[in-house]
Design a protein around this ligand. Sequence first.
Ligand SMILES: [Zn+2]
Length: 670
Amino acid sequence: MAGCGGDSKKVPGIDLANFDTAVAPSEDFYEYVTGGWQKANPLKPEFSRYGSFDVLRENNEVRIRDLFAEMEKTQASVGSIEQKIGDLYRLGLDSVRLNNEKLTPVAGDLAAISAAEGRTGIGTLLATIHRTMANPFFAPFVDADMMASDMNMVYLYQAGISMGNRDYYLDAENEAIREAYRAYIAKIFGMAGYGDPAAAVAAVMEIETKIAEASLSTVELRDPYKSYNKTTVEALKADYPAVDWDAYLGVLGLAGLTEINVSHPAVMKVMNDIVAGDRAKLDYYLAFNILDSAASALDDDIFMASFEFYGKTMSGQQEPRPRWKRALGIPNRSLGEAVGEMYVAKYFPPESKERMLKLVGDLQTALGQHIDALEWMSEETKAKAHEKLDVFIVKIGYPDKWKDYSTLAIDPAISYWENIKRASGWLSDDQMAKAGKPVDKTEWGMSPQTVNAYFNPTTNEICFPAAILQPPFFNPDADDAVNYGAIGVVIGHEMTHGFDDQGRQFDKDGNLNDWWTEADAEAFNKRADVLVAQYDAIEVLPEMDVTQPDGTTVRQPALHANGRFSLGENIADQGGLRVAYTAMKMAAGGVEPAPIDGFTADQRFYLAYAALWAQNIRNEEIARLTKIDEHSLGKWRVDGAVRNLDTFFKAFDITSGAMYLPPEQRVVIW
Ligand SMILES: [Zn+2]
């Protein structure tokens, strides 16, 4: 089969140079497979984490840049897709203009805050900011009603804390980060010409801390029932009267809406109290949301202030990403499917789709066999699990119909920020227009040029965009063992999400609806709890001295993985590995392939999986991701997952060592 899009160089299935053979597979399988890769790929200053995933993402950025460069060669007519993408990209590259304009592009937005009067003014202002700029207090979006999944509904979801996780505001050990955050807030208010940055800092910290206290934790957010609170717009008006909701909904194009999901009432209560309270504090908070959000679209000074905090302090990045990568990200997101249409025409061979469909079918059969073989599940629940598995919607490569961006106008005569607001407003309108309408199950939740995959519980769909169908995930030149260990596990992973701690609560029609017998749910939870305890015991950072912003050092306790937060991903990693292994065996039809480079097919399956997660990562990023990312860190996606699998130990003949778990301590779920 042909390689992707004319790349003539062949990528080896498994590159032995990436190993560290000084480490035994029985001691640390991840280090054994990836230690050489880690040494050969030291972190560049612009990265807080860099792994084989990121190599693919970087190559992908170059591909998209090439597409844009090709577009430049022809004169684009005004209003064409090429003009919109091209102008948006060039505006982001134009550092001279951005530095000349300084903060003037946001002056009108900031002035609108103090000009807003009364409940109606605030309702209009809040909706305008939500539609085009940022998400103070909460974020409105449209998605399927979790209990009537054929219909779309408006959700108001907790948001409005710019550090992104409540722990940063509430936990004692994050004081150094809060200190840096206060300095950042003061700095950007100073740049915007505010006379009393200290008052702004106090107001922003007070409001965001209150929101953090009222917010659900990441673990609580895994329970979909905790975010389901369908109510009427009449009740919304009665419960949170400080805002004129008719004005608010009108700006979002939702006039006449009758039902709404107020996901997190406690946060809405904080919002209502603050809007009804000290106006000066509210104004500072809204101004901060705008400045913080616009920082990456304005001059270099404010951009660097933002980078120093979010990039350096929070993630450990030493330098920002180059301007072209940042600029490319804007049209790539705001006109995602238009870029995607060009991307697949150039880079996605149709054969890839056929081969993927076959693989997905094999994985589906294998997961069905696993369900049948479960000792802990009753026949009654098994039958329901089969029904759900059989009706998975499978999306591969790119959507059958593309979004039409003809009503979005991009105009180089106005500022970069103004154009970004237009694009955001367009996307918001496009989404809000679906409220109260039937769900269109042909729509895609990711653009084709995204290096990722997803499962969506309310549509019961698994999706594999074109960009993930490349090495090291999908390698037409590699042997079956490598492809089952890489893309096969990814497919199995997404399927297993339909049956993880969260996904299992949705039925075959995508409704939040308990289809399990009580005993089966209990048996599932018992197994899941063992997995939670295993990951909770993982030390992701040892106890160590950490230098504070003032130069002093403090002793930080060891940091552990959060087994409950990462449970769904860990179940999916394990399920993906188990199901893909079964599918590989089925495809081999009882014939044992000859070893390659001295490794059996079983060994190559696990080696290919581990190689996907090769990475280097900074300590700051380890700490941040452990809070905000439900995926386990690369090392633990390997070592944490394989040590429950009999076939792994057998493949490498492991009977002792740090990787080894005695059979009675292993747990398998699917
Ligand atoms: Zn996942």
